[in-house]
Design a protein around this ligand. Structure first.
Ligand SMILES: [Zn+2]
Length: 437
């Protein structure tokens, strides 16, 4: 599709004074678009310019418009009487230029594109509608230069989505709505020979560390990429949630408007970066799940260990209770018993907890070595006489009364070595008991 050279350049001086517009309606021919050689309806400029009897109306307000050339030969329409309520008649120059650039970019990318295309229901009117090769409405390019609330632009985006039409909103300056819907901020060329550029809204993802950084490009490239699906609007998924310029750490939208809460929630990026971001988000979620599982595991292990400790303590407490109950000794008597044993044997002794392996008696250790950490088993104190085993033949048995000595002697099947340390009388004795028969 060719574009007339005279209206290719969307530079301010090319348009001339006052509001101008690029589309009009003809009762029989339909929509006229002066940005196309055949006006989009197989007609020529000569058939409408300075031709008597041709009646053209404004697509927006229905008012009468005429074809006209500006001082610089730019084709356009103008309202014979300017209606105060017609948005096309009152469109600003920069809005007009941006629309012209957008339709030019779409056509340069090989797509059919039309200006001011309204929905059949009248619920929206796209500044530029781009069509697919089968004639379906593909994407709306909207020059959004007048103020609009975040809620309103979300609602308008929703209408396009409902109708299966993609949309991108183009602006010049940061506004609260910018980045809440698919957006590109653009800059007009400042000098002849320069091109329109994208200043914000397009980003790429780098890993290590994960970060989004802005991409600068010509507007024509960006429009071509979005129409061909090479870039997509993307809501960040992984932990990298901001677009930050590498050189100065400046974040998009931070402090751009009066509200510091403004954030870009989505931006355009290559579909490969969108996929990479999704993959990173999955990995991060997996790492979080793993860490949580490890923490829960550790908590479970800790609980099991605590339970085991408590169980062992209960067993030990029970063993002591049984020991004190069976021997009839109290703590004071035990201390005295201990002192007598150390005195008599002239050894540094330690008593273990009541131990079922030694008939519920308390193993007696001699403490030795350079720092007293070498314990040698040297006897068993106060074992249950009914539970003597082979160890009784090898280890000396320590008892707290002659009554216990007698009981042991009555049960001896081999010679036993027995010490008596009576805490009540202070008696100390060493006996060798023999089997009774
Ligand atoms: Zn109008």
């Amino acid at each position: 599709m060719s574009v007339p050279g005279r209206i290719m350049t969307a530079e301010p001086e090319a348009v001339g004074e006052g509001p101008v517009q690029l589309t009009a309606e003809h009762a029989e021919w339909g929509r006229l678009d002066v940005t196309l050689d055949d006006l989009g309806c197989d007609r020529s400029w000569e058939e409408i310019h300075r031709v008597r009897g041709v009646e053209l109306t404004c697509p927006e307000c229905g008012g009468q418009v005429h074809a006209r050339l500006s001082k610089l030969d730019t084709r356009h329409f103008y309202h014979r009487t300017k209606p105060p309520s017609c948005s096309l008649a009152n469109e600003s120059l920069e809005h007009h230029l941006l629309k012209l650039e957008l339709v030019t970019c779409a056509r340069a990318a090989g797509f059919q594109a039309e200006l001011e295309v309204a929905a059949p229901t009248g619920e929206w009117r796209a500044d530029v509608m781009v069509f697919g090769s089968d004639g379906t409405r593909l994407m709306a390019l909207e020059a959004q230069l007048s103020p609009i609330t975040v809620e309103d632009i979300a609602a308008r985006t929703g209408l396009y989505e409902r109708d299966g039409v993609r949309v991108c909103w183009f602006g010049f300056r940061p506004r609260p709505w910018v980045g809440t819907v698919p957006t590109l901020l653009v800059q007009a060329p400042e000098d002849r020979g320069q091109v329109w550029t994208v200043t914000a809204g397009l980003a790429r993802l780098s890993t290590r560390p994960m970060s989004w950084s802005p991409v600068s490009t010509a507007l024509s490239d960006a429009v071509s990429w979005m129409l061909t699906g090479q870039i997509v609007p993307h809501k960040p998924l992984s932990s990298a949630r901001q677009v930050t310029a590498e050189d100065n750490g400046y974040e998009w939208a931070q402090g751009w408007t009066r509200s510091w809460n403004d954030v870009w929630r989505l931006w355009w990026t290559a579909s490969t970066y969108a996929a990479l971001d999704a993959e990173c988000a999955r990995e991060e979620a997996e790492a979080r799940r793993r860490q949580q599982a490890e923490e829960e595991d550790a908590a479970r292990r800790w609980a099991v260990e605590e339970e085991e400790k408590a169980r062992k303590k209960a067993v030990k407490d029970q063993a002591y209770a049984t020991f004190w109950g069976r021997t009839g000794l109290d703590q004071r008597q035990w201390k005295y018993f201990w002192a007598l044993a150390e005195l008599f044997l002239d050894r540094n002794l330690v008593f273990g907890a009541p131990d079922s392996r030694y008939g519920d008696g308390r193993p007696v250790y001699e403490r030795g070595g350079p720092d007293g950490k070498q314990w040698t088993l040297v006897g068993v104190a106060c074992p249950d006489p009914r539970r003597l085993r082979a160890w009784a033949e090898e280890l000396p048995l320590l008892v707290a009364s002659y009554r216990e000595l007698d009981t042991l002697a009555g049960r001896a099947w081999a010679p036993f070595q027995v010490y008596v340390f009576d805490p009540d009388t202070g008696e100390m004795d060493q006996e060798r008991v023999l089997p009774t028969e």
